[in-house]
Design a protein around this ligand. Structure first.
Ligand SMILES: NC(=O)c1ccc[n+]([C@@H]2O[C@H](COP(=O)([O-])OP(=O)(O)OC[C@H]3O[C@@H](n4cnc5c(N)ncnc54)[C@H](O)[C@@H]3O)[C@@H](O)[C@H]2O)c1
Length: 252
């Protein structure tokens, strides 16, 4: 019960890393707002995590009015929140840097980067009002050690790191800590979206494992454990860090 008394808003909570963070946060005693574009998926996670202390709210994080309405609803239902996890994102289909369709580049930046602007505009005032809290932005180890074919996705995650560091200094006087987690590749639904079929995904999995010193891909439980720590009072002196959860990929 390391998060007793806390209330967390987690975006992209309908799947993968976000869904596991929602489950783990409930298990640690937090109330959780599961926010996702896919309302059915968010509802399912909220129902599992449950007991009335988890709710599901639909939102497109790339759309300002949608974020404003979602924050209002979570605030109304829970009377504020003190943990914000900006986790929702999309990946890109591997392509050469100048061949990625322009519309795909725009969409990557709208969902992965501009969403943080909308969240800063609408959710940060709530954290300030309740007297502070913890913001966790989910970046990626690919921002620090890129793989080819993923230039624009990697760039969005590098922006997430820069935004995290800028915000940490700005919001420290408000007692709002801002940190990032940089996960290694994991076999979530996002992973499958990068490949044309499961056979291609299996082959990529085997190849990627050999690039990770600890010998396996990242699991949602690895990310949830880091997020619990960064949201808990144990991390009260931690802000502005980029925490790689990467099985040693950066040093391998
Ligand atoms: N899986 C990986 O290999 C990996 C590696 C490094 C970092 N990450 C990062 O971890 C985070 C979670 O990734 P995942 O693998 O769990 O992904 P996922 O695709 O399994 O889940 C992402 C969730 O975000 C939601 N979402 C997408 N667009 C949205 C929007 N516009 N508004 C609201 N919700 C939206 C989706 O509906 C989905 O439920 C992302 O930030 C991702 O970039 C993932």
């Amino acid at each position: 019960m390391r998060l007793n008394g806390k209330t967390a808003l987690i975006t992209g909570a309908g799947s993968g890393y976000g869904a596991e963070m929602a489950r783990r946060f409930r298990a640690e005693g937090a109330r959780v707002a599961c926010v996702d574009l896919n309302l059915d998926a968010a509802r399912q996670v909220a129902a599992e995590a449950g007991n009335g202390a988890a709710i599901a709210v639909q939102c497109d994080v790339a759309d300002g009015p949608s974020v404003a309405a979602m924050v209002k609803e979570v605030d109304a239902q829970f009377g504020g929140f003190d943990v914000l996890i900006n986790n929702a994102a999309i990946t890109q289909h591997p392509s050469r840097t100048g061949r990625t369709p322009e519309a795909e580049v725009d969409r990557l930046f709208a969902i992965n980067v501009k969403s943080l602007y909308h969240m800063a505009a609408h959710a940060l005032p709530v954290l300030r009002r309740v007297g502070g809290g913890s913001v966790i932005n989910i970046a990626s180890v690919t921002a620090l050690r890129p793989r080819p074919g993923m230039t624009w996705y990697n760039a969005t995650k590098a922006a997430v790191i820069s935004i995290t560091q800028s915000m940490a200094g700005e919001f420290a006087p408000d007692r709002i800590r801002v940190n990032a987690i940089a996960p290694a590749v994991g076999r979530t639904p996002m992973f499958s979206e990068m490949f044309k079929d499961e056979a291609e995904a299996d082959a990529a999995h085997d190849r990627l494992v050999t690039t990770i010193p600890l010998g396996r891909l990242c699991r949602p439980t690895d990310i949830a454990a880091a997020a619990v720590y960064l949201s808990s009072d144990e991390a009260e002196y931690v802000t502005g860090i980029i925490m790689p959860i990467d099985g040693g990929r950066l040093v391998g």
